[in-house]
Design a protein around this ligand. Structure first.
Ligand SMILES: *[C@@H]1O[C@H](CO)[C@@H](O)[C@H](O)[C@H]1NC(C)=O
Ligand SMILES: *[C@@H]1O[C@H](CO)[C@@H](O)[C@H](O)[C@H]1NC(C)=O
Length: 223
């Protein structure tokens, strides 16, 4: 008499041929199925790895070659005699803006730069600043100029507006620099981008730029 626990063992022993047969079939089927499967797995794996490596290389190249827009800072801005009530006749606006190319390996071509001065969003003067020029990587260009006479349209009324603002402590202007630029990556030149830098400048009663506006980065955008 067998105990119940031995029953499955006994059944196996009864037909060992069947068990071995089944096993051989099972493995043969597995081998037949897995050979192409394994090959395609290796091919897929290699392909995914290559894709990943290519992706990483492209990403690193993009990170190091991606052009950054130039950076503009107003170093100096002044209107001598701003506090004098009749100063408008001989008014002068003197500006000194720093334009820096922050890119490591990318140069920038600039078309002639246009500078425009705004007061309360009204164009009150401007000039063409430089001839087209090239700015090497990590290089700085000083944009210096004086607006007066024909390049500055300040009426007596507007000068009075300045005086009223000065009574509050500050006259705020906006100096806009516009140029069309191209990036140069080794031998490849990018397409042209129209670039604008908008610098807010606050001037105090002595006619000079206030400290909080000095060397502040001007917002830059493309159109
Ligand atoms: C403009 O500013 C730069 C940097 O602050 C200075 O080196 C340069 O002499 C200034 N140019 C003029 C004409 O004031
Ligand atoms: C900036 O450019 C000028 C003229 O191309 C060059 O002489 C000068 O060495 C450059 N400066 C830097 C820091 O690369």
């Amino acid at each position: 008499m067998h105990s119940q626990g031995q029953l499955p063992v006994h059944t196996n022993e009864e037909d060992p041929q069947f068990g071995r047969h089944h096993t051989r079939h099972y493995y043969m089927r597995r081998v037949r199925e897995s050979l192409p499967a394994r090959v395609s797995k290796v091919v897929c794996g290699t392909f995914v790895t290559l894709l990943l490596i290519t992706g990483i290389i492209v990403f690193v190249l993009w990170l190091s070659l991606r052009p950054h827009r130039p950076r503009f800072y107003v170093g100096d801005f002044s209107i001598p005699g701003l506090a004098q009530p009749n100063g408008f006749a001989n008014a002068q606006v003197i500006f000194n803006v720093t334009d820096r190319n922050p890119n490591q390996h990318i140069g920038i071509y600039y078309d002639a730069m246009q500078v425009t001065l705004y007061y309360q969003d009204q164009d009150i003067g401007g000039a063409s600043l430089l001839f087209p020029f090239y700015q090497g990587s990590k290089n700085t260009t000083v944009l210096y100029g004086v607006l007066s006479g024909a390049t500055l349209t300040v009426s007596n009324q507007r000068w009075m507006d300045f005086q009223n603002d000065l009574a509050q402590g500050v006259v705020v202007f906006r100096l806009q620099l516009t140029s069309t630029i191209r990036f140069k990556v080794t031998t490849w030149d990018s397409k042209r981008h129209k670039m604008h830098a908008n610098c807010d400048v606050g001037v105090g009663p002595d006619g000079s730029i206030l400290a909080i506006y000095r060397d502040k980065k001007c917002p830059t955008y493309f159109t």
